[in-house]
Design a protein around this ligand. Sequence first.
Ligand code: FMN
Length: 207
Amino acid sequence: MNGGLKIKILGLVGSPNVNGNTAKLVNAILDGAAESGAEKVICNLASLNIKGCDACGRCQESGCCLIDDDMQEIYREIETADAVILGSPVYMWQITAQTKLFIDRLTAFLKPNFSSRLDNKKLILVFSQGISDRDAFKPYFEYTAGLLYYLGFDVLETFIAAGTDKLDVSFRPSLLERARELGKLVSTSPLSSPEFRRAESSLTPPL
Ligand SMILES: Cc1cc2nc3c(=O)[nH]c(=O)nc-3n(C[C@H](O)[C@H](O)[C@H](O)COP(=O)(O)O)c2cc1C
């Protein structure tokens, strides 16, 4: 609870599979948060009309993007959320194109001096990948977390589901349970990122 108000957790899924691995993981985190009393909101970025940034540059002064599409609603949701859960499958070693469109539009949160208008909003990154080696894209995941930190998010954790080509996350109850535990933690914990990571790793066994 936040001054008597419900904590709001926003889930954003950048997969065209609206019920795929990424969506299941993000939903499990949201469910855990809801069990702790948080309000949950989920949006599938791939189902929305989100255009690419057109580089007009006008958002830098005003903080408002002028493109009239579904991103306007997402800006509002991010501004009013206490924490964001951003999930993407790995496509060609990277985030999906739909997730990239969304991230480019976050430029509206940067001021002319490139500091962020967001005040260290909590964020959990979620990736799902076909191959089993969970370290295969580690440098890329760290790089993405660094980018989101630069944009004004306090990246608490990067949650990875590896090996989905062999086993869909639906058949991995311990992974989904770990995601739910993470949701409970993010909705109740005022911890900074290193403290959060320590608490999170002591809560549940490694994947
Ligand atoms: C176009 C495309 C590219 C992909 N590229 C990779 C890849 O580079 N590495 C990998 O491990 N898995 C790759 N995958 C597999 C997905 O990451 C994996 O199936 C993921 O769990 C899908 O998530 P979803 O069910 O949420 O869509 C790719 C899948 C597609 C459709």
